[in-house]
Every structure is written in structure tokens, then in C-alpha cells.
Design a protein around this ligand. Structure first.
Ligand SMILES: Cc1cc2nc3c(=O)[nH]c(=O)nc-3n(C[C@H](O)[C@H](O)[C@H](O)COP(=O)(O)OP(=O)(O)OC[C@H]3O[C@@H](n4cnc5c(N)ncnc54)[C@H](O)[C@@H]3O)c2cc1C
Length: 289
């Protein structure tokens, strides 16, 4: 099946994109890597009258170090973000997560902004954004606003982006180089959709205790969920085997998972606890999985 007819615009500047969004609003869709939008259009589940292609907007394709962290333009390809020296130096959790975000052919085309705006509940990068308190930079013709990642994701494929707005960039705060940061997931098959995943970050005190833990689960509820009860229990503590067991139980209790054809809610609860245990053991041992 192919999509119904649509008008196609390929602006070269962001102000032209914003003007088109102001003109067409909900009748328009932005085209980034097309890895989700094009299949949805072919299946006629999405029927834009106007397609606004972002691929010629060079301004959206940069990765820059700023005072606030590392700024990824919306059109940075996932493979570029994963392999960037800035990511490696300041935000390696992004690389760990993106390496698991589908086949390399898809990551070569798919963008940072596309996966965040699409907001699939099983997508990896939204989990990293929520775990690390990234800032989403939204823009419309009348101005910009910044939205914390925890407020940006409203549910499966639902965000706060309005019909005349675009996601312009995302800013990830830099993380402590000595901290543990890794991404874990369980799926039905290699490179397949995650049944449950976990973005994990643990920073240490000079004495070896936990200065801060940030844990966000994906694929479990309709949007990434921060495991705040687990984080609170870990903060200021020493990572003993008993604390890891407690964290696992707290994580299992913290989530209210969905049931679908891939897995039951009960199984997702179990996996969430198991991933927290695995992450904390990795943090304790200084290993990556
Ligand atoms: C075979 C396959 C396997 C995959 N596996 C995974 C996986 O394991 N993990 C994972 O996370 N993803 C996976 N994906 C999804 C893919 O990696 C992309 O993240 C996803 O398709 C969206 O990125 P995109 O750049 O292709 O966006 P597009 O498909 O172009 O757009 C997606 C949606 O976001 C909107 N949009 C895009 N850019 C903006 C913007 N700047 N502002 C506002 N709205 C915008 C579009 O209008 C559209 O509604 C897979 C895809 C395929 C085809």
C-alpha cells in the first residue's frame, strides 16, 4: 500500500520550516529519518496533507558542547550521535543506548529528534533523556520554549509538541566521567523491540558511596518512567548485596506495566527488577554488560 497524495516541501532554513508549520499546523508532518513516519504513511495510519522534509536544514545537524551540556540538533543521525567524540567524552550513556536502538541501517538514517518526537514507549533514547534530565528545545514561529524530558513524554507516541511546533534540539547534561552509566534491555530477539529496558547512571562519593542514582525504565509503561523510590533508597548508601536486593524489590513495585502481545505486565515487572539488579551489580563491579 502507498500513501494518499500529499504536498512535499523541502525547506533549507528553520525559519521556513516554522512558517510552514504555522501555515499548515495539524495538516502537516515533519519528515526526519522517515524510519517510522514513512511506514505509517504507507499503512495509511498517518495521512499528512503536507510533508515538510527537514533533511536540507543543515542547522539542525550539529552536535555542540555548550555551558548546559551537549546540544544535539534534531537532525543529527543516531549513528553520528553514537559515534561522536563529544558523546564519548561527556555523555557515553547515549552511545550505550543507541547501539541497541535497532539495526545499523536504520540508525544510519534515523535521527535523534525523530526518535524523541516519535516517542515510541520502547525506544531507548527517550529513556536516557528522562534518566539524565535532558532539556527539549521546542520552537514555533512565535518563539522557543524549553521542556524537561520528564514533562515532554506524555504517553506512547504522545509528547507535548504542538502542531505548529518542532523539536529543534535536545540538550543532555554532561555526566561525571567516573560515574557508571549503561543501558540494559530485554527483547524478543537481537535488534528487536525492547520488552523492557533500563537507562542507569550511578555517581559516587569520594568515599565510594552512592552520590546519586538515576534510573529510567522504557517499554514498561506508556512512557519512560523514573524509578524515584529506588533512587531515593540508593542515595548516600554503600552498594551492598542487601541494598541491591532491596533495590530490585522496590523497582518491581514501582512500575505499573502494560500487557501486550509481546509480554505480560507481570513479566515486565519481573524484568524491570532484574535489570535494576544487573545494573547495580555492574556499577558495583565497574563492568559493562
Ligand atoms: C526495522 C526498524 C527497527 C527499529 N528498531 C528500533 C529500536 O530498537 N529502538 C528505537 O528506539 N527505534 C527503533 N526504530 C525506530 C527508528 O530508529 C527511529 O528512531 C524512528 O523511526 C524515528 O526517527 P526518524 O528520524 O526516522 O523519524 P521519522 O520517522 O521521520 O519521524 C517520526 C515522527 O516524529 C516526527 N518528527 C520527526 N522529527 C521531528 C522534529 N524535529 N520535531 C517534531 N516532530 C518530529 C515526525 O513528524 C513523525 O511523526 C526502528 C525502526 C525500524 C524501521
Amino acid at each position: 500500500m502507498k500513501p494518499p497524495a500529499f504536498a512535499y516541501c523541502a525547506p533549507e532554513r528553520v525559519d521556513e520550516v516554522l512558517a510552514l508549520l504555522a501555515q499548515h499546523g495539524a495538516d502537516a508532518r515533519l519528515l526526519a529519518g522517515g524510519q517510522s513516519l514513512v511506514p505509517l504513511m504507507n499503512l495509511r495510519m498517518v495521512r499528512p496533507e503536507v510533508l515538510i522534509d527537514l533533511n536540507r536544514c543543515a542547522d539542525l545537524g550539529r552536535i555542540e558542547r555548550t555551558a548546559a551540556g551537549v546540544n544535539y540538533g534534531a537532525m543529527v543521525r543516531q549513528i553520528e550521535a553514537e559515534r561522536s567524540a563529544l558523546t564519548g567524552a561527556h555523555c557515553p550513556l547515549i552511545a550505550r543506548a543507541l547501539a541497541q536502538a535497532g539495526p545499523i541501517a536504520v540508525r544510519t538514517r534515523a535521527t535523534v529528534g525523530g526518535t524523541l518526537a516519535h516517542a515510541d514507549r520502547a525506544a531507548e533514547l527517550p529513556g536516557v533523556a528522562v534518566a539524565l534530565d535532558a532539556t527539549m528545545v521546542l520552537e514555533r514561529r512565535s518563539g522557543r520554549r524549553e521542556v524537561p524530558a520528564r514533562e515532554f513524554f506524555q504517553g506512547d507516541m504522545t509528547t507535548v509538541v504542538e502542531s505548529d511546533e518542532m523539536l529543534r534540539a535536545v540538550v543532555f547534561p554532561t555526566i561525571d566521567a567516573a560515574a557508571f552509566a549503561d543501558f540494559f534491555e530485554v527483547g524478543l530477539r537481537q535488534e528487536g523491540i525492547a520488552i523492557a529496558g533500563l537507562a542507569a547512571y550511578v555517581a559516587w562519593t569520594p568515599g565510594g558511596g552512592i552520590a546519586a542514582a538515576r534510573l529510567a525504565a522504557i517499554g514498561v509503561e506508556s512512557a519512560p518512567v523514573r524509578l524515584t523510590t529506588v533512587e531515593a533508597a540508593l542515595k548516600g548508601q554503600t552498594l551492598t548485596p542487601a541494598l541491591i536486593v532491596e533495590a530490585r524489590h522496590l523497582a518491581t513495585a514501582a512500575v505499573d506495566p502494560i500487557d501486550d502481545t509481546h509480554a505480560t505486565a507481570k513479566y515486565r515487572k519481573h524484568v524491570t527488577g532484574a535489570l535494576v539488579k544487573k545494573a547495580l551489580e555492574g556499577a558495583r563491579d565497574g563492568t559493562k554488560h
